[in-house]
Design a protein around this ligand. Structure first.
Ligand SMILES: [Fe+2]
Length: 457
């Protein structure tokens, strides 16, 4: 290959310049790919933003949310046991409910259909109606009995530049766990605000491609799914963003004080409880959510339990300390011996246990482009930690063994462990060191925007 002289000069400069000088020649990437004045995600008669979420008992039901233009009202969902012939028989029809939402992309209708009375461990084909049209037939398998092995995915914050840089993480996760049936998202799916959050939601669905229609999606709400009303005034307060209750069809069995942002469900031998850290920290629901969580975990008939939350109990980022979570909810999590506490918010990776106990294992991870820095305390109290790394996690549960893997955006193993249930002897954690890559730390002193407290944004 022959390169032109200017190309050689540029390549030589890129190879020789230190990181800071190279960064000075680069431009910060905008939060979405949508240029100002361009309409990319207008709702239409074709259903989009289709996402399945588990029912409280995921063996017998799931719910679906989708979006169309406002001319489509209470459309149908059709569902049938999936078959090999294109003639899968007469589908059952489920009526939806519709609510409108006006955004920078115009007026949309968001629909929700709840499907019950399904057979466990059964592959269903389903599609949703638009205006004179239908979606593709999607395949989703209901949860199986508790003793059937389960693979699930867990993603930290996606939040920024979702089409550009979350897409590759989701694809790598699907490649590494094609058998995953459930996907947990730890909040801050979008960044919100700035009159562009509908484009951000459009990009979140674009980045996730076939994931939300091929498995059950369970998200925790992040602080970025709220917005600040009366910002910078004494009346400032957090208000739930308009997208959250419409974008997902969640079980609706949460704490009364945080009804649309907390919920729980059983998925194949695991009880998953999703709490709202923003409401705990800023809206005064700490003790109410703790009482609710206590009830949810006390009635868990299964061997395994996971708590999903946005804000971490132990923060790996400098200057953050979510004391109310530890004060009110940590005793409940300890009392019921939760296995995994899966978290986001801090845009770094860190894993730890607490007070010498084997479980729960607390993990903070990040899937998206925004990367912060670990605190000194995190480097001393967590292992491993990571900066400047996009990650996804695969959890495999098989009987008495839970195996956890954190992999980088290129699929390399960064962290792994197993939790082994010894029955009366309790659960113990076994480190898996084999195959892990070396620890990763941020190599730059500031971001392209000049922020030294972050590594990339
Ligand atoms: Fe956050």
């Amino acid at each position: 290959m022959r390169w032109s002289a200017p190309t050689v000069v540029v390549l030589a400069a890129l190879l020789c310049l230190p990181l800071a000088a190279r960064d000075a020649a680069r431009k910060h990437e905008p939060n979405t790919r949508v240029p100002a004045g361009v309409v990319r995600f207008a709702p239409s008669v074709f259903p989009d933003r289709i996402v399945a979420s588990p029912a409280q008992d995921a063996a017998t039901g799931f719910s679906v949310a989708w979006r169309t233009s406002a001319q489509v009202d209470v459309p149908l969902l059709q569902i049938v046991v999936a078959g090999d012939s294109p003639d899968m028989g007469m589908p059952r029809e489920v009526q939806s409910s519709s609510r409108e939402l006006r955004t920078e992309n115009g007026l949309a209708h968001h629909h929700r259909a709840d499907i019950d009375s399904l057979k466990a461990d059964t592959l269903y084909a389903w599609r949703v109606q638009g205006g004179g049209t239908w979606s593709a037939w999607h395949h989703t398998r209901t949860a199986a009995r508790a003793d059937v092995p389960l693979t699930l995915l867990y993603f930290g914050d996606t939040q920024n530049k979702n089409t550009s840089l979350t897409t590759r993480v989701v694809r790598e996760a699907m490649r590494h766990a094609p058998d995953a049936r459930l996907s947990l998202f730890a909040g801050d799916l979008v960044s919100g605000g700035d009159g562009e959050d509908d484009n951000e939601w459009g990009e979140w669905f674009e980045a996730n491609e076939s994931l939300p229609t091929s498995m059950a999606v369970a998200p925790a709400i992040g602080n970025h799914e709220y917005f600040e009303e009366f910002e910078d005034t004494p009346r400032e307060r957090r208000v739930l963003g308009a997208h959250w209750p419409l974008a997902f069809a969640l079980p609706g069995n949460g704490a009364a004080e945080a009804a649309s942002t907390t919920y729980w469900f059983d998925y194949q031998g695991v009880r998953v409880a999703v709490i709202d850290g923003t409401s705990v920290l800023d809206l005064g629901t700490a003790s109410a959510q703790a009482r609710w969580l206590d009830r949810v975990l006390a009635s868990n008939p299964h061997r395994w339990s996971i708590v999903l939350t946005h804000q971490p109990f132990f923060s790996p980022r400098d200057g953050r300390d979510n004391a109310l979570l530890r004060e009110h909810l940590l005793p409940v999590i300890r009392k019921h011996r939760v296995d995994l506490v899966l978290q986001g918010h801090d845009h770094v990776y860190g894993r730890r246990q607490a007070d010498g106990a084997q479980t729960p294992v607390f993990v903070v991870s990040v899937a998206g482009a925004k990367q912060y820095r670990s605190s000194e305390e995190a480097r001393a109290s967590m292992r491993p930690v990571a900066e400047d790394t996009q990650l996804f996690q695969v959890v495999r549960i098989d009987g008495t063994r839970l195996r956890y893997e954190a992999r980088t955006a290129t699929g390399r193993l960064y962290d792994a462990f197993e939790v082994l249930d010894g029955g009366a002897a309790g659960k113990r954690l076994r480190e898996v060191e084999e195959g892990r890559i070396a620890g990763r730390a941020c190599a730059r002193t500031q971001t392209l925007k000049g922020r030294s407290d972050r590594c990339w944004e």
